[in-house]
Design a binder for this molecule. Structure first.
Ligand code: ATP
Length: 234
């Protein structure tokens, strides 16, 4: 469904991604794990066309993303939930959700999708009139994911959804990601929480200083000696 082929990217003189090969098949949860600064967010930003790669390619259902603007990528069904939530703090929960369905194809489903995300996240329903900026970190993360779902994604790009959350909420967020996937949305997740994200991943990639150093099923990587030593403190 989504394919990165020998992708290279630099911020000015700083080369950040080196020959990244990565595939996401329809129906999968694919995780990219790696330390701070490994290039995980940058990989997602390239897919969303927020930055422009220097060589290699990204295709989605066979279509080349190279010439597309970010909004056209969303219209194709690739929806990015950025690191740090980036909700609209001065808007209410329901207004934030409506902003998620600005693309033409998602507008007719707006009210049905609001009901759908409220059943996934009852907490958001309880707080529908509250200003986004006054919610807790966990609630804002729920809102960011829910806003992404409002655009009818085929593939959801999730950047560090568990960052800064309490352990119980971390578990809730990973459970929700699995539920969203069961409902038919393909997921590409980048995370520093290596254990939890490998646990739910069908397949995973380990990124180290901008290079893919390891790939396999989530389960295989959980049992991999290098992963255990480098990320799981075992
Ligand atoms: P984190 O979880 O800390 O965001 P990451 O794996 O997502 O880590 P990236 O954010 O992709 O890493 O950053 C990769 C490298 O690119 C880092 O060395 C970072 O300092 C650098 N970088 C990120 N954004 C920019 C930018 N806008 N300008 C210059 N360098 C940047």
């Amino acid at each position: 469904m989504l394919k990165l082929d020998k992708l290279n990217f630099s911020y000015g003189d700083l080369k950040v991604l080196w020959d990244i090969d990565l595939e996401v098949n329809k129906g999968e949860i694919v995780t990219v794990v790696g330390a701070n600064g490994a290039g995980k967010s940058t990989t997602l930003k390239n897919i969303s066309r927020l930055v422009a790669w220097e060589s290699g390619s990204i295709t989605f259902d066979g279509a080349d993303l190279a010439k597309l603007e970010p909004h056209q990528v969303v219209e194709m069904g690739i929806v990015h939930v950025p690191e740090g939530r980036k909700i609209f703090p001065e808007m209410t929960v329901v207004e934030n959700l409506r902003m998620g369905s600005f693309i033409k194809s998602a507008r007719p489903d707006r009210e049905a999708n609001i009901d759908k995300v409220f059943s996934l996240f009852p907490r958001l329903k309880e707080r529908e009139k509250q200003l986004g900026g006054t919610m807790s970190g966990g609630e804002q993360q729920m809102l960011a994911i829910a806003r992404g779902l409002m655009a009818n994604p085929k593939v959801l790009l999730l950047d560090e959804p568990s960052l800064g959350l309490a352990p119980l909420l971390v578990k809730f967020i990973f459970d929700i990601i699995q539920e969203i996937n069961r409902q038919g949305v393909t997921v590409l997740l980048v995370e520093q929480n290596v254990y939890q994200s490998l646990r739910i991943a069908h397949r995973a990639y380990v990124l180290e200083t901008g290079r893919v150093v390891l790939t396999g099923t989530g389960e295989a990587l959980l049992n991999d000696d290098h992963v255990k030593k480098a990320f799981l403190g075992m």
